[in-house]
Design a binder for this molecule. Structure first.
Ligand code: COA
Length: 175
């Protein structure tokens, strides 16, 4: 049994541990800290088991044609669940909760860079289908989800993640 709720300052150490243990390097944990201190953590949710955070997801604003607005697009990254708690549905429910929170915030669309086999189940589709490109040459791994009808920019274009992502290794923001 787990609960999903917004991150609080008391969760920060646990979030760092989750991101560092789920990924091969501390890059994602550092990214979360950088986004938070830059005021770019639009949505940050934790999943808790017995009041202990075991999963975390963050969403930050992306820009299109250099324009970044609160009601534009959000990038879902990073998403992580403690290795010992994976495969129990926690990651999936974090994505579902993140989508709902983004809708409540008024965001138009979400982008993610990750495994299509995982994200397709939530409605994400290859962004290239809608003329949306990314900075990482990620192909079909770069996916988009419109949060309301007609929400995707009809002209397409290059989507850029928030500046702290530039510090991340060459591979890009694997969610
Ligand atoms: C990805 C991650 C957040 C999923 O969390 P989780 O709690 O294990 O996920 P769930 O239990 O909700 O869902 C597991 C399902 O996702 C699938 N899945 C998990 N990671 C996957 C991946 N990288 N590629 C494809 N499918 C994946 C599992 O096969 C499983 O499928 P099933 O439901 O058909 O059995 C977690 O595995 C994790 O933290 N991984 C390390 C960090 C990472 O690689 N993040 C990038 C995600 S693309």
């Amino acid at each position: 049994m787990f609960i999903i709720r917004p991150e609080t300052p008391a969760d920060r150490a646990a979030v760092r541990t989750i991101q560092a243990e789920a990924f091969a390097t501390p890059a994602e944990a550092d990214l979360v800290a950088a986004l938070r201190s830059a005021g770019l953590a639009s949505i940050s949710l934790v999943a808790t088991v017995n009041a202990q955070a075991v999963g975390h997801v963050l969403l930050s604003p992306v820009s299109l044609h250099g324009v970044c607005t609160a009601d534009g697009g959000l990038g879902l990254a990073p998403l992580a669940v403690l290795p010992g708690r994976q495969g129990l549905g926690i990651g999936s429910w974090l994505v579902v909760a993140a989508i709902a929170a983004a809708r409540r915030l008024g965001a138009r669309y979400l982008v993610v860079l990750g495994e299509p086999a995982f994200y397709a189940r939530f409605g994400f589709e290859a962004a290239t289908r809608y003329g949306l490109d990314n900075e990482y040459g990620a192909g079909d791994a770069f996916q988009v989800l419109a949060l309301r009808p007609g929400a995707l920019p009809p002209e397409g274009g290059l989507i850029r993640y928030a500046p702290p992502f530039a510090e991340l290794a060459d591979t890009g923001p694997d969610a």
